[in-house]
Design a binder for this molecule. Structure first.
Ligand code: NAP
Length: 330
């Protein structure tokens, strides 16, 4: 591994574009290669972001000996297969969320990373956003006391198209896995694993959840009320209520730039916490730090967190009867 960490990007869709723009802002990163299913798309993307090389198959990128780490930016259903291919070819991996379609896939990915002694992290960029770091600091200081309730929503009117990634069941479509994952992640980060889960959903004609609402209960009496929808625009905020005060993560809470901290009996304090680039800068920096320190996982987004997250998503899916091809391991 040289002075610069050499990145390969697998997939050239929407998120790959935003990520590649942020990669250019990170001094210790180089965009070494990009791969697409189409050589023409790879060439266009490579030229736009000044990649050193481009490939017309994912396998060629995985086998490029120059690459240190691959960013997987394909639809959810391919995350496991693409990650295993890269790990087996000796590459570290940053994989988009959700890391896999279910706990079985995530377990296989983690086992492969461990046995190959290679870095693997789910690209849960929310964890590395400065406002999230500040949120954790304020809560750990005890400013709002014990958390008793979390309310969070993630909704936008996506426009129903059964063939798009968002609604196509074969591509892992649906609100829960695409955006519901963010409020679930926030609850996990702040409150841990829930003891009780109740969920309900509205389904599209394509058989995925257009909207999904879930309620989590915790042994200590705390609870979380969370919602995700592709049917309407919602505030996309999070309100964390504690015994001594509350914190509002302003829109869009999963990459917030502003927190309002209210201690009971005091004036609210507004904390402006801008992020760099599109916000992906910070997770990229974390990956680079981990690689330079020879870690195979991040202490902030460890393998166990990805496993807990997918375990909750699996339980919600069971409650709403949302299944995908391959759930049974076939
Ligand atoms: N962290 C975030 O903020 C964030 C935001 C959006 C999405 N995501 C995650 O990133 C992943 C990709 O989302 P996206 O919005 O970028 O999707 P997208 O625009 O549809 O791009 C996905 C890319 O995957 C590749 N691909 C491989 N097999 C495919 C297939 N059968 N059908 C369609 N595309 C295929 C394609 O690249 P080639 O044609 O070049 O091979 C395509 O451009 C999802 O898992 C999503 O959860 C994360």
């Amino acid at each position: 591994m040289g002075d610069k960490i050499k990145w390969g990007l697998l997939g050239t869709g929407k998120i790959a574009h935003k990520f590649a723009a942020d990669l250019r802002l990170v001094q210790q990163a180089e965009l070494t290669a990009v791969a697409s299913r189409s050589i023409e798309k790879a060439a266009r993307f490579g030229a736009e972001f000044h990649a050193v090389k481009y490939y017309g198959t994912y396998l060629k990128l995985a086998n490029d000996p120059e690459i240190d780490v691959v960013y997987i930016a394909t639809p959810h259903v391919f995350h496991c297969e693409n990650t295993l291919m890269c790990l087996k070819a000796g590459k570290s991996v940053l994989c988009e969320k959700p890391m896999g379609m279910n706990a079985r896939e995530v377990g296989a990915m983690i086992r492969e990373a461990k046995s190959s002694n290679l870095f693997l992290m789910e690209a849960l960029w929310t964890r590395f956003i400065p406002a999230t770091e500040k949120l954790i600091e304020v809560i750990e200081k005890g400013v709002i006391g014990e958390i008793i309730n979390l309310q969070s929503d993630f909704g936008y009117a996506a426009g129903y198209d059964p063939n798009s990634r968002l609604f196509n069941k074969k591509l892992g479509g649906g609100a829960l896995l695409d955006i519901g994952l963010y409020p679930v992640y926030l609850s996990l980060l702040l409150m841990g694993m829930p003891d009780k889960i109740k969920a309900s959903a509205v389904f599209t004609g394509s058989g995925v959840d257009a909207s999904c609402a879930f309620h989590f209960g915790y042994e200590n009496g705390a609870h979380a009320d969370l919602v995700a929808t592709l049917q309407e625009n919602t505030p996309i905020e999070a309100l964390i209520k504690g015994t001594k005060g509350s914190i509002n993560m302003h829109k869009r809470f999963h990459h917030s730039e502003k927190l309002t901290v209210t201690e009971f009996g005091k004036s609210p304090e507004i904390l402006n916490m801008p992020y760099l680039g599109n916000g992906y800068f910070h997770e990229i920096q974390e990956v680079i730090n981990c690689l330079q320190n020879h870690q195979i996982q991040s202490s902030k987004m460890p393998h166990s967190m990805s496993m807990d997250l997918i375990t909750i998503l699996d339980k919600i899916r069971k409650e709403i009867n949302l299944t995908y091809e391959g759930d049974d391991g076939e």
